[in-house]
Structures are given as structure tokens and as C-alpha cells.
Design a protein around this ligand. Structure first.
Ligand code: SF4
Length: 494
């Protein structure tokens, strides 16, 4: 029985009109367009197969990976069961070490808090460490509206920002761009190339592109008085925040500016350092295919004379408590954003991240976004999957994404007020399958399809409307010469 059945108010979802959890089109419409982009498919195919191979190699060398994975799952489940207590403990520890904790009910409140904190410093620009939470709440747009420039410092985020694009992958936001496209963006937008234009001495060699980005960013790192980050984990027992990254831009942002503001979803808390140890082993192997992250930055509160002298932690709900209330769906909050599920997903690899319309694409996005917004605001996403189960197999915290997808599909179907043709068809099928005489008649009728197939494995003709919606994108197999029941009777005589 749900809270609504008991007459209790339902928990709030992420509000509309702010942030990036809802697309302006359904998944099938957006995917149809991206499937026509051959360059996008080539870029994605190359990038995901490379990361897949790296991940597999480093995971296979860990003899107790299955046990480690189970430990990650168990820690997350136990943490979610007492999330309120861990968050209060985290607040006490951060405060005791000189930081300030702010609680934001949703994206609007979180943006307001951050804007107020930045304005209090008197600056009109900030540097940012790559953060899914700040993308989710649309922080950059809110800062811009308040006259504050936000400079992304992660290389891929920088490419996306300079290209006025949107991220399409959790870990590699510019995965849909190739080297030549990145060179063109840099030439067009970086001040150091403005005078030279297309004649600038910049090739699409990765090293040269990285050097151009470094020169562009270095000046901003040194100038910035405020940095904004996300957090991969927060250790409740000591109030320690953790950011893992590969480029060193995070370390610069977390240490150079005077003020540091960290925006974190409430599910990122872990109770103890021993728990953190498990995730620091699971995450790098699953995400970048590395044995450990090149940069792991850890800090607690402020240290006089060392690093930022003002630290604010903004804890964001934005629909997470509603997800937590769902016994099946809450496992989506266990996600450590490694992106392994994206890299193995056949749907993501073909449709690309933009088709999901949310900052969270791929299998995890298909279960997380609809829960944060309410299923009806993202109703097509639970269907953006073939349910092959590859996402579950690679997930380092064993989130059973296929089961959550099916659960959300059921929720969507139950919410429909109109009877759909699909519902009518399945009701008729249920009736036929539960009545032996009807079922035999249906099988005999289906056998007529053999005449139409003329010996081919699939029928050439599409079904008439409304069943044509089914056959438009699927082959209709030719019915077998003999049904299972007939074969059983023939072989066993009853
Ligand atoms: S659902 Fe699992 S595999 Fe996918 S991003 Fe989250 S932790 Fe990684």
C-alpha cells in the first residue's frame, strides 16, 4: 500500500521549468533523429567499445570483484535505510570543522542558495569542477541569469560549454564529438585563437588540443575567487568530501580559490571511511578503466592558511526522497555515476545521450530521471531499453536496472486513464491464454500466417492498424509448423 492510498500527501518531485531532467521530446522522437546522424554513431561506437575493453581488462584482474560488488551494494542499501541519520551526522561533522551546511528541497532552492553565496563574495565569476548535480539543477543557467559567469574546467565539459552544446554521457560529456570537431570549437571560441582564426597553429592531435585547453583554463584558475564542485562521496563520520577526477582541474578548483561551494545530492553520503574504501576500488575500474583515479581530493571543513577559507556544502533533495519511498525504485539512488551501464547499452550506443532529454542518459537515466520527475513527465524513458540486462551485469553496485524499468512501465500503465489498444490486445491475449479452447482456436488462426510467409522465416506483410505500430519496427515471425502442445502430444502421447 502506498502513502497515497493511506491518504498521505505524496512526496515532491523535481520541479518543472528548472534544471535538466526533462526533454522537450519523447525518447522515440529524439532517437529517430539521432539515428540518422552517422558521424554521431561512429563517434559513439568507437568511444564506448574502447572504454568497454579497458573496463573489462581491469575488472577481470580483480579476483574478488564479485565480493567487492556485493559489498558496494550492501553498503548502499544499508546507508539508504538510515539516510536521515547519516545526513545529520555529516552536517554535524562539517560544521564542527568550520564548514556551513545548507539544505535545498529542490533545484530552485539550491540555485538560490549558491547565487546568494557567490554574490556575498563580491565576485561575478566562478570556476567549476565537473558535477552532475549542478547540471541536474541547471546551476550554470541560474548563475548566468544572476550575472555570474561559470567556467567549466573539465576538458569535456569545457568542449560542451564552448560549443554551446549539452552533455551526452555521464563521464565523457563530449563523447559525441570527434577530434576534428573539437579543434573547430577551440578555434572558434578560445580568445587565444581569435586573431589567428582558422590559420592558427592548432592540429587535432590530442596533445595539442589538451595544451590549448590548459592555456585557456590556467588563467581562470589563478583568477577565480570562488569554485563550485560536486562530490562523489561524503563521509559522515568525519564530514569529509571526496572528488575523484583524471585531469587535475578538480584539484586546482578545490585548493586555489578562497571560497568553495560543493553541491551534492543527498544520496552521496557514506557512513565511514571503510565504506569509502570499497567505492574507491569499484569506481575507477568501472568508469575510466583505471586501477585508481589519477586525482582523489579529500577535504573536511576549512584549514587555516591552507586551501579555501570558506566552505559551503549544499545538500540537494530534488525528488530523491520520493525515489527513496519506492521500495523497488530506490536502488537507483545507489548509483555511483561510473557510466559502465551506458557503455554496454545497445540502445545508448545507437541513440546517443541527447535522445534521453536528461542529464542522466543511458540505462541509469532511464530509471533515475522518471523517478526524480515523476514517471508521467518522462514516460517514454522506461521503454528506452531492450531489457537485455547488460547494464545489471556491469553495474559495480549491482543495481537491477531491468527490474526497475519493468516496475516503472507498470506504474506508467496503471496511471493511464484511457484504455490503450495495447492494453486491449493484452487483455484479449490473457483471456485466450487462460481458456484452452480459445487458445487452440487462436493457434489454428495464427497457423494461417504460414500461407502468407511462403516458406520465409518472417511474414512479408505488416499487420493492419492499430497493430501496425508493432510491426512497423519489428518483424513478425512465421508461425511454426507445429505448436509446442502438438509437439508434446506427438512425442509423449498426451
Ligand atoms: S547504474 Fe551502476 S553502472 Fe550505471 S552509472 Fe550507476 S553505478 Fe555505474
Amino acid at each position: 500500500m502506498s502513502a497515497v492510498d493511506l491518504g498521505m500527501p505524496s512526496l515532491p518531485h523535481a520541479p518543472r521549468g528548472v534544471g535538466h531532467l526533462r526533454g522537450d521530446r519523447s525518447f522515440p522522437d529524439a532517437a529517430r533523429e539521432s539515428l540518422r546522424d552517422g558521424q554521431l554513431r561512429a563517434n559513439l561506437g568507437h568511444a564506448t567499445s574502447t572504454i568497454r575493453a579497458k573496463r573489462k581488462a581491469v575488472v577481470d584482474e580483480v579476483p574478488d570483484w564479485a565480493e567487492l560488488r556485493e559489498a558496494g551494494r550492501a553498503i548502499k542499501a544499508a546507508t539508504m535505510a538510515r539516510l536521515d541519520e547519516h545526513l545529520v551526522a555529516l552536517e554535524e561533522q562539517v560544521t564542527a570543522r568550520g564548514g556551513t551546511v545548507h539544505w535545498a528541497r529542490d533545484a530552485e532552492e539550491a540555485n538560490e542558495i549558491v547565487i546568494r553565496l557567490v554574490q556575498a563574495t563580491g565576485t561575478d565569476e566562478v570556476v567549476k569542477v565537473k558535477s552532475m548535480a549542478t547540471q541536474e539543477i541547471g546551476l550554470n543557467e541560474a548563475l548566468e541569469a544572476a550575472g555570474i559567469a561559470a567556467h567549466e574546467t573539465d576538458l569535456a565539459e569545457l568542449i560542451v560549454q564552448l560549443g554551446e552544446d549539452t552533455p551526452s554521457h555521464i563521464l565523457v560529456p563530449a563523447i559525441h564529438k570527434n577530434r576534428a570537431e573539437i579543434r573547430e570549437i577551440f578555434l572558434r571560441t578560445m580568445p587565444q585563437f581569435q586573431e589567428q582564426g582558422v590559420d592558427a597553429d592548432l592540429t587535432d592531435e590530442p596533445r595539442r588540443l589538451a595544451m590549448a585547453a590548459r592555456a585557456h583554463l590556467r588563467e581562470r584558475f589563478l583568477r577565480a575567487r570562488v569554485a563550485i564542485s560536486g562530490a562523489n562521496f561524503a563521509v559522515a563520520e568525519t564530514g569529509t568530501l571526496a572528488v575523484v577526477e583524471s585531469e587535475g582541474n578538480g584539484r586546482m578548483c578545490l585548493t586555489l580559490p578562497r571560497t568553495l561551494i560543493t553541491v551534492m545530492g543527498i544520496e552521496k553520503v557514506v557512513p565511514t571511511w571503510r565504506d569509502l574504501e570499497v567505492f574507491l576500488q569499484l569506481l575507477p575500474r568501472s568508469s575510466t578503466g583505471e586501477r585508481m583515479n589519477p586525482y582523489t581530493s579529500l577535504w573536511a571543513g576549512v584549514t587555516p592558511g591552507d586551501g579555501p577559507q570558506e566552505f559551503h556544502l549544499v545538500l540537494v533533495d530534488n525528488g530523491r526522497t520520493a525515489v527513496l519511498a519506492d521500495e523497488v525504485g530506490r536502488a537507483a539512488l545507489h548509483c555511483i555515476r561510473c557510466s559502465a551501464c551506458l557503455n554496454v547499452c545497445p540502445v545508448y550506443e545507437r541513440a546517443g545521450g541527447h535522445a534521453y532529454g536528461s542529464v542522466y542518459p543511458g540505462p541509469i537515466g532511464a530509471v533515475l530521471s522518471p523517478q526524480l520527475t515523476g514517471v508521467e513527465d518522462n514516460a517514454s524513458l522506461p521503454y528506452a531499453s531492450s531489457l537485455c540486462g547488460a547494464c545489471y551485469d556491469v553495474c559495480p553496485v549491482a543495481i537491477d536496472i531491468p527490474s526497475i524499468l519493468v516496475h516503472l512501465r507498470a506504474e506508467h500503465v496503471e496511471a493511464q486513464e484511457r484504455t490503450t489498444p495495447e492494453a486491449v490486445a493484452f487483455r484479449a491475449l490473457a483471456k485466450a491464454m487462460s481458456t484452452p479452447r480459445l487458445w487452440r482456436l487462436a493457434q489454428r488462426a495464427a497457423g494461417l500466417g504460414r500461407l502468407l510467409s511462403r516458406g520465409k522465416p518472417t511474414l512479408p506483410a505488416a499487420l493492419p492498424p492499430p497493430a501496425s505500430k508493432w510491426t512497423r519496427t519489428r518483424d513478425l515471425p512465421t508461425p511454426p509448423r507445429e505448436t509446442f502442445t502438438q509437439q508434446w502430444v506427438r512425442e509423449r502421447g498426451r
